[in-house]
Design a protein around this ligand. Structure first.
Ligand SMILES: O=C1C[C@@](O)(C(=O)O)C[C@@H](O)[C@@H]1O
Length: 224
């Protein structure tokens, strides 16, 4: 049980689980953005796709659309559905103790856990990125960090932090958002990043600078 993040996992990010047949050819998993869906628990109930689901219910304060009210409860419930083999929860929610019931549900069903942090404005200094990823890794199977690149120096710092942690045995997922960061989505897996996110339809990106699924699948396959 659980998604195996020992090797790279390409997740098709979507608010619509009926995208699954279109994603199947290129993706290893579906990232279901519950916060962008109309009735996410009903959609999970109706899901009959083949790909395992990584469920995300991104908080408004972390760049998503989910209000705090009921957010973590819905994520906890998502963890009880058979096809949900991984759960993404914000590192901030873990650290402030709010995610305890999510962590318990994840443990109970042996679902994989991704602890994530985002910076939609900048790229923090390298030591801070290493600290954030190290902290996230204490709680989760995958420590994920998405930053916003403002320069090539930023993207190099992110890739270097990715390489360092991977060399020390950590399982991390990293990406730089924004136009300047796009190439890191293809290149970070070379340095050890274990999850890539891409929309099936390029018009439905879930973060700035994403490639469409087919393009990212092709780039990563050529590089890794
Ligand atoms: O956290 C992430 C990473 C992401 O923000 C990206 O930059 O690809 C896309 C989101 O859907 C996902 O939950």
């Amino acid at each position: 049980m659980g998604v195996d993040f020992d090797s790279f996992v390409l997740a098709a990010s979507t608010a619509d689980l009926t995208d699954e047949p279109a994603a199947r050819k290129h993706a290893d998993a579906i990232e279901f953005r519950m916060d962008l869906a109309d009735d996410p628990l009903a959609a999970l109930q109706a899901y009959d796709g083949e790909l395992p689901i990584l469920a995300t219910n991104r908080a408004e304060w972390e760049g998503g659309r989910a209000e705090d009210q009921g957010r973590l409860e819905a994520l906890t419930e998502a963890a009880t559905f058979g096809p949900v083999e991984a759960i993404d929860v914000e590192l901030e929610s873990i650290l402030d103790g709010a995610a305890e019931q999510v962590l318990e549900a994840v443990r109970k069903r042996n679902v994989s856990l991704v602890a994530s942090a985002h910076d939609f404005e900048t790229t923090p200094p390298r030591p801070e990125m290493v600290r954030t990823l190290t902290e996230a890794g204490k709680y989760a199977d995958v420590a994920k960090l998405a930053v916003t690149a403002e320069s090539r120096t930023d993207t190099l710092a992110l890739l270097s932090a990715t390489e360092q942690l991977t060399a020390h045995g950590a399982t991390v997922a990293t990406m730089a958002m924004g136009q300047l960061g796009s190439h890191t989505r293809a290149v970070a897996p070379v340095y050890g990043s274990k999850i890539g996110y891409a929309p099936v339809d390029p018009g439905e990106a879930t973060a700035p600078g994403q490639y469409d699924l087919e393009t990212l699948a092709d780039l990563v396959a050529r590089l890794v």
